[in-house]
Design a protein around this ligand. Structure first.
Ligand SMILES: [Zn+2]
Length: 126
C-alpha cells in the first residue's frame, strides 16, 4: 500500500526529531496534507497506526490539516483557493490557471512530545 510507505517515512522523521529533542514519547504529529498530494487520508490514518507500533510514536495521534489547492491567476493577479481538484479554472474570472501555489504538501508541521521527568526517572541517558 502506497500510504504505508508514506506513513513509515513520516514516522521515521518524526521519531528522529523527537529523539533530538530528548522526547520519551510522541503524543501528536501534525501533518499538512495538500489536496493534490495523492494521499488517501483514511488509508494514511490506518497505516499510521501500523507504522507507529514499537516506536516513540506508538499510541500517538496523527492530526491532519487539509491544505486546499491554491493557484495563481494571471488575470486577477492574485492567488485563489480552488473548491476542488477537478477544475483548475479561477473561481473569480474563469481563466484556466496553471501555476500551482499550494496543494502538494505532505509535510510535518510539528510534533507534540513528552520529555522524560528526570526526577522520577534518574537514569543516565545511554
Ligand atoms: Zn481569475
Amino acid at each position: 500500500m502506497h500510504e504505508l510507505s508514506i506513513a513509515a517515512s513520516l514516522v521515521e522523521s518524526a521519531e528522529q526529531a523527537a529523539r533530538r529533542a530528548g522526547a520519551q514519547r510522541v503524543t501528536q504529529v501534525f501533518l499538512r496534507l495538500g489536496a493534490l498530494s495523492g494521499v488517501a487520508k483514511d488509508a494514511l490514518l490506518f497505516s499510521y497506526d501500523i507504522a507507529t507500533a514499537g516506536t516513540l510514536l506508538a499510541g500517538s495521534q496523527l492530526v491532519i490539516e487539509d491544505v486546499p489547492v491554491i493557484v495563481h491567476c494571471d488575470q486577477c493577479r492574485c492567488d485563489v483557493a480552488l473548491p476542488g481538484i477537478q477544475d483548475f479554472r479561477c473561481p473569480v474570472c474563469g481563466r484556466l490557471c496553471v501555476q500551482i501555489v499550494a496543494g502538494r504538501e505532505l509535510e510535518i508541521a510539528g510534533i507534540e512530545i513528552e520529555v522524560a521527568d528526570e526526577e522520577a526517572n534518574p537514569q543516565p541517558a545511554t
